[in-house]
Design a binder for this molecule. Structure first.
Ligand SMILES: Cc1cc2nc3c(=O)[nH]c(=O)nc-3n(C[C@H](O)[C@H](O)[C@H](O)COP(=O)(O)OP(=O)(O)OC[C@H]3O[C@@H](n4cnc5c(N)ncnc54)[C@H](O)[C@@H]3O)c2cc1C
Length: 299
């Protein structure tokens, strides 16, 4: 998809290509696990590798391309209110109120609003779309330095010891312990985080025709299988051509309903897979009902 949009070449210049994967347990290499299976499954594409790229770099590339195509990004502007008047006589049925960084508010009338404002989406909240799912007890740690990421699950004992406010120093110390018997030295850590696993999916990705959700606003899950931005990109591509066609008068607005049904199925599948994957990474046995749910059509 990124290649079709002329984005892949720029990302390939920045990202790291991963063609192999190894898994170790207690210092010994074990086969057939984790990312190894994913890489083995990449057989029906020219892009038979993973491209590891930090989010800020992929965002920068997307922003540059958007500007080249004549788009404008109004950063530091926060949506604070949204009203949809279905009976409005013209096509500009949604009015959003935004606050800029100086606190000044601006009202904008729009034909459509796409809520791609992350897991705590204000658009989703203001539209009253339920975000169904659960917040797990499990917490994971990630440490990052552009090219390298170390992540591990916080066991209940470690979580009781450090909580969510685990310092970078402690995160590094436990990362080293987790790598035993191998030794790892840290030169620089750009950022670290402790985050709770949350699995939620919006009840619908389209509300009263004019309001649409995409990305984390529509679905959040663990980072276990690295699917968040991937799925958000699929949402954006799926919505982009439909919305452009509707706004240009080529398609009937009803085509947007197929975005919602198509991507809701993908989001539900993603969350169901993540329940199993994140349980395994956290060291729990997934509930058998969750495994049974995974029929070949979900793969
Ligand atoms: C540790 C970790 C590792 C991950 N690793 C991977 C990976 O390897 N591969 C992968 O595909 N995904 C990964 N993800 C998931 C990925 O980061 C997210 O799925 C992705 O960033 C979601 O993009 P988004 O644009 O939907 O939302 P976000 O990135 O959350 O962006 C939402 C934007 O909306 C803005 N916003 C919020 N509220 C408002 C408002 N009221 N008004 C205006 N703007 C607002 C925010 O400031 C933000 O800029 C990982 C996530 C984590 C936490």
């Amino acid at each position: 998809m990124l290649d079709q949009l002329d984005l892949y070449d720029d990302m390939a210049q920045v990202g790291l290509v991963g063609r192999r994967s190894v898994t170790f347990k207690d210092g010994k290499q074990v086969g057939g696990r984790g990312w190894t299976k994913v890489v083995e499954g990449l057989t029906d594409t020219f892009f038979d590798f993973s491209l590891n790229i930090r989010l800020k770099y992929s965002e920068g590339i997307l922003r540059r391309r958007n500007t080249e195509l004549g788009g404008t990004v109004h950063a530091l502007v926060r949506l604070v209110d949204m009203l949809l008047d279905e009976n409005a006589e013209d096509e500009w049925k949604v009015t959003v109120t935004c606050a800029d960084f100086a606190g000044e508010t601006h009202r904008v009338r729009a034909k459509y609003v796409v809520g791609c404002d992350g897991g705590s989406s204000e658009v989703r909240r203001l539209a009253g779309i339920p975000f169904e799912g659960e917040d797990k007890e499990d917490h994971w740690v990630a440490l990052d330095h552009g090219a390298t990421r170390i992540g591990y699950a916080l066991s209940p004992a470690l979580f009781a010891k450090y909580g969510r406010k685990m310092s970078q120093e402690d995160a590094v110390k436990e990362a080293k312990a987790a790598m035993t018997p191998f030794e790892v030295e840290f030169e620089t850590v750009d950022w670290h985080t402790v985050y709770g696993v949350k699995q939620h999916v919006a009840a619908r990705l389209q509300d009263r025709e004019r309001i649409l959700l995409a990305g984390d606003a529509a679905h959040t899950h663990s980072s276990g299988s690295a699917q968040g931005m991937n799925t958000g990109t699929h949402d954006a591509v799926s919505l982009g051509w439909r919305l452009a066609g509707v706004l240009n008068g080529w398609y009937k607005p009803g085509v947007l309903a197929s975005y919602s049904t198509e991507r809701k199925v993908a989001a539900d599948t993603l969350i169901a897979n993540d329940r199993v994957i994140s349980a395994l990474i956290s060291g729990h046995k997934p509930a058998s009902s969750e495994i049974e749910e995974r029929t070949p059509t979900h793969c």
